[in-house]
Design a protein around this ligand. Structure first.
Ligand code: ATP
Length: 977
């Protein structure tokens, strides 16, 4: 490779563009001091990538830009271009001729490099410099005054020169790079090893946990397959059973209530009857006492009467002989007695008939009262029956939620899943008085079924649950998202006094305190009024801004749209109200039945007593009649006898009642007896009744006991079944996130029941024996395992990389050692020859200071000019040092030819004879090396192939011209000598 042209503009003193062309061989540059010769040297160094401004003899890099002179303005940009002939292909650029350029602009600080006018990287330029051997650290450019440095250099610096010659710099820098890489790789490997160790520590327990979690998942999956099927089977069974039990229990309940009522009625009756019996007993005692007195009196009266009567009868019958006058008088007396008996008897008969008729009427009245009471009792019983069955229907309705949308029902049925955060439907949470139900139903419409939840997150969870189970749709009101609505005060003041205004809907209902916002959100801006007419007026008053609703449920919406007419309520609102009402009515009806029954019993007793009295008196009545007939017969026959014997008429009208007291006493006795008899009869019946009641009460109590026993068995069974249903549904929803319906659709028990139960219980035990399971461990293990495997792979790769780098370093060391040794040998071969030529004898060589460390060892020079034995190079004269250095330089160039060598006044210190030797050496070496020699010396000038003269014609600006040797001498002489 050959440098064939140097062009520069704006560089240092080259304000005008300069262009120097070379044609190999030895080119000399001559000129006066300060004319800019060395600037050529600097220009070449600069293009080749020199970064040190000091090496370019400046303070900053911008010092290389032409700074102006007295006549010239400073320039803002400098550029230098080198053109090479690469015909020998030394540089791997696919061009025979190529250029490299460097441009710098003032103030911009950035250098731009070009290869063949194409922007290139600094590295590309450096590569060319290395490839071609023209690098700054080589011997290619030896500046003024530095030549003796070669001799004076430290062994390490000298080693650098030999390394350049040996071309090991490339390997050395590659080795340094490889060592840096090795260091980094080792560092990374250490870090990786730490991470691998750390990960391995984590992996062990995680692997165990992950295995456990996998077992848990597998067993849980297996359990789900069997358990869900089993739960579905059992739920179906228990639901069916509960239905049957419910019907039975309902029947029992009715019978139980009926028996309890009967027992209660019997107890009541028993109490009443016992009271009544006591009363009767007391009355009978009193009456018997009266009767005894009456009997006593009657007894004495009758003795007296009988005596008189007997006496008269004996006179009349002639048993006692008497005068006929006495006999007639006895007959008269007897007639008077009989007449008074007849009139008393007839009076008694009349009075008693009256009495009997009264009593019968009384009985009729009682019977009417009883009939009336029976009617009342029956109608209350019917009402009671209806109320009870309506209550059953309403309770069923409420329990089955059959009036709700599918989604709403699913959410409520699985409420335990969202416990504490899901509060139920709007209808469940707001209590509405009966009279506002129609209005509220109209306002709320489907919102009654909206589900109230704490926040939107829980609503999202429930919606996901509904979707997963095909559970239908539901609408949610998250409490955290709603705010209170109201009616502006100005409107409120206006409408409050309007006739027919009832209130703001939110004020007419009640709710738990925590749902106040909900109530105000739904009803706070709704006005409730009497009827649609008022609604119309009020809607106008509030400028149609609010919803107005009548008690019937007719609506005027904001904006004025009206809805009205007849409507059916949704049956969701008001169920609780109805249940409540019926529950209140039932005991009232029960009381009516009970009281009616009590009254009937009492009245029937009274009726019986009266009837018994009538019966007794009727007997007396008959007796009285019979007696009357016989008395009348006796009276008639005696009357005939009297009138025939006395010849006078017996005047009944004038008869004075003689036996009034006796008759009255008799009458009293018969009434008392009848009364006592009737009461005794009643008592007897009462005792019978009491016995009857007691025995039927016992019967009822026995039946009740039996029923309760049987009821309690069924109730226990139902409670157990309900508990199981609740538990199983909860298990389905909480553990498997399934509704019963979706589970039934997806799972069927396909193995025998007992086997399924055994599997479920075994799996549950096995799962619980697993203890705490960390399900995240699977993912964590996987993640860490992947990380570990990835990093482990890195570790293996890094170890491999480390091995390769070490191998490469070893390989490079081998190359460096070989090249250094080869170069040393070659250089030593030439060095001794050149030295001998230069010094006219003697000997010189270079050697490794530490032959055992050919890689690092410094290199020293041993030079022995003829007749001298100087050990220390420093002790040589300046010229000698320069000569040793030039000898070594030439020896190196000879051993390892350079493509280009710029020598800037290296021979300045030599005497003329040595200058000639120096110049002749250049001619010997020029075959393999192109020389550019900056010189002041004639000996050199006269032995170069081509000369350039440098002048500063304009002050401060260099210009070059090609000169003949004679002119060159002239030129140099004129300025230098
Ligand atoms: P000598 O024979 O004394 O070594 P020389 O011919 O090698 O001299 P150089 O060192 O190449 O001369 O050039 C130095 C000249 O370049 C000086 O006159 C200096 O003023 C000029 N010079 C250096 N840098 C700049 C610059 N940035 N702008 C203008 N002139 C510059």
């Amino acid at each position: 490779m050959k440098l064939i042209k140097v062009e520069a503009e704006g560089f240092k003193s080259f304000a005008d563009k300069i262009s120097l062309s070379f044609d190999g061989g030895v080119a000399g540059i001559v000129g006066p001091n300060g004319s800019g010769k060395s600037n050529i040297n600097d220009a070449i160094k600069w293009v080749l990538g020199e970064q040190s401004s000091k090496a370019l003899r400046g303070d900053t890099m911008e010092d290389v830009i032409f700074s102006g002179s007295k006549t010239e303005k400073p320039m803002n940009k400098c550029s230098v271009t080198l053109t090479f002939d690469n015909s020998d292909g030394e540089v791997s650029i696919p061009h025979k001729i190529f250029t490299i350029s460097r441009v710098l602009e003032r103030g911009k600080g950035n250098n731009t490099y070009y290869i063949n006018d194409q922007i290139a990287r600094f590295k590309d330029i450096r590569d060319i410099a290395f490839e071609s051997g023209i690098s700054k650290s080589s011997l290619a450019i030896i500046s003024q005054g530095t030549v003796s440095d070669i001799a004076q250099a430290t062994p390490e610096q000298r080693r650098g020169i030999i390394e350049d010659a040996a071309g090991t710099s490339k390997y050395k820098s590659k080795k340094i790079e490889a060592q840096r890489k090795l260091e980094k790789t080792t560092e990374t490997l250490d870090k990786v090893n730490t991470v691998v160790e750390e990960l391995e520590k984590q992996l062990k327990p995680l692997e165990k946990q992950s295995e456990k979690a996998q077992i848990y998942i597998a067993k849980s999956k297996e359990l789900k397959e069997v358990e869900v099927g089993l739960l579905v089977h059992d739920l179906l069974h228990y639901k069916e059973r509960v239905e049957i039990l419910k019907n039975e229990i309902d029947g029992f309940q009715e019978t139980k209530e009926d028996l309890e009522q009967k027992i209660q009625i019997n107890e009541q009756k028993l109490g009443d009857n016992l009271d009544y019996k006591k009363q009767l007993d007391d009355e009978v005692i009193e009456l018997t006492k009266d009767l005894d007195l009456v009997n006593e009196k009657l007894h004495s009266l009758e003795i007296q009467f009988k005596n008189e009567e007997m006496k008269r009868e004996m006179i009349i019958s002639g048993q006692i002989s008497s005068a006929s006058q006495d006999r007639i008088s006895a007959i008269k007396k007897e007639l008077e007695s009989l007449s008074s008996q007849i009139s008393f008897s007839e009076k008694w008969k009349e009075e008693t008939s009256q009495d009997l008729a009264n009593k019968r009427r009384e009985i009729e009245k009682i019977e009417m009262q009883i009939a009336e009471l029976r009617m009342r009792e029956n109608s209350s019983k019917t009402k009671l029956m209806k109320a009870r069955s309506k209550l059953d229907v309403l309770n069923d309705y409420k329990e089955s939620k059959s009036n709700l949308f599918k989604g709403t029902k699913t959410v409520l049925d699985n409420g335990s899943l969202f416990k504490g955060k899901m509060h139920g439907t709007v209808a469940d949470l707001i209590q509405i008085p009966e009279k506002y139900i129609a209005a509220m139903d109209s306002i709320l419409q489907n919102a009654v079924q909206h589900i109230v939840v704490d926040d939107s997150e829980i609503a999202v969870k429930i919606i996901e649950f509904l979707k997963a189970n095909d559970g239908g749709r539901a609408t949610f009101i998250p409490l955290s998202s709603i705010s209170v609505k109201d009616i502006k005060t100005e409107y409120l003041v206006k409408i409050k006094t309007q006739p027919g205004f009832i209130g703001i809907a939110s004020d007419l209902v009640t709710s738990d305190k925590k749902f106040e916002t909900l109530v105000n959100f739904l009803l706070g801006n709704v006005i409730v009024v009497e009827d649609i007419k008022v609604a119309n007026e009020i809607s106008h008053l509030v400028d149609k801004k609010y919803l107005v609703v009548s008690l019937d449920g007719d609506l005027i919406r904001p904006g004025g749209i009206m809805t009205g007419g007849t409507k059916q309520t949704s049956n969701i609102l008001g169920v609780d109200n109805q249940i409540e009402q019926i529950k209140n009515i039932i005991p009232q009806l029960e009381e009516i039945v009970m009281l009616a029954n009590q009254d009937i019993t009492k009245l029937e007793s009274l009726k019986g007593e009266k009837q018994s009295f009538i019966d007794q008196i009727t007997i007396e009545f008959v007796k009285n009649n019979e007696k009357l007939i016989s008395i009348k017969e006796k009276f008639s026959s005696l009357k005939v006898e009297y009138e025939s014997n006395s010849n006078e008429k017996f005047d009944e009208k004038n008869v004075q009642s003689l036996d009034t007291e006796l008759n009255e006493t008799r009458s009293k006795k018969s009434i008392l007896s009848a009364t006592i008899k009737s009461k005794k009869d009643k008592l007897e019946k009462l005792i019978n009744d009491i016995n009857q009641i007691q025995s039927s009460k016992k019967e009822f109590e026995k039946s009740l006991r039996l029923i309760i026993e049987s009821f309690s068995d069924k109730a226990t069974e139902k409670t157990k079944a309900d508990f199981y249903i609740n538990d199983a549904t909860k298990r389905l929803s909480e553990h498997y996130q399934m509704t019963f319906d979706s589970a039934r659709e997806q799972y069927k028990l396909e193995i025998p029941l007992e086997e399924a139960r055994h599997i479920v219980s075994t799996l549950k035990t096995e799962i619980s024996e697993l203890g705490n399971v960390n399900l995240d461990a699977i993912e964590m293990y996987q993640e860490i395992k992947e990380r570990h495997d990835g990093i482990y792979k890195d570790k293996v790769e890094l170890e491999e990389a480390k091995r390769i780098i070490n191998e490469a370093i070893a390989e490079m060391d081998k190359i460096i050692i070989t090249r250094i040794n080869e170069t040393m040998d070659l250089v030593n071969e030439e060095f001794n020859n050149v030295f001998r030529e230069m010094f006219g004898g003697g000997e010189a060589r270079i050697f490794l200071l530490d032959p055992n460390d050919p890689l690092e060892s410094g290199i020293d020079i041993k030079a022995q000019p003829p007749g001298k034995s100087i050990q220390n190079l420093k002790l040589f004269s300046g010229g000698e040092k320069a000569l040793i250095a030039i000898s070594l330089l030439f020896a190196i160039i000879k051993a390892k030819p350079l493509p280009l060598c710029i020598l800037d006044e290296v021979e300045a210190a030599l005497d003329e004879a040595n200058v000639v030797r120096f110049a002749e050496f250049l001619q010997k070496l020029k075959k393999d090396t192109q020389f550019i020699v900056i010189t002041h010396r004639h000996g050199t000038m006269s032995r170069v192939d081509h000369l350039f003269g440098a002048t500063m014609q304009k002050r401060g600006v260099t210009s070059f011209f090609s000169v003949e040797l004679a002119k060159a001498k002239e030129l140099v002489d004129s300025f230098v000598e």
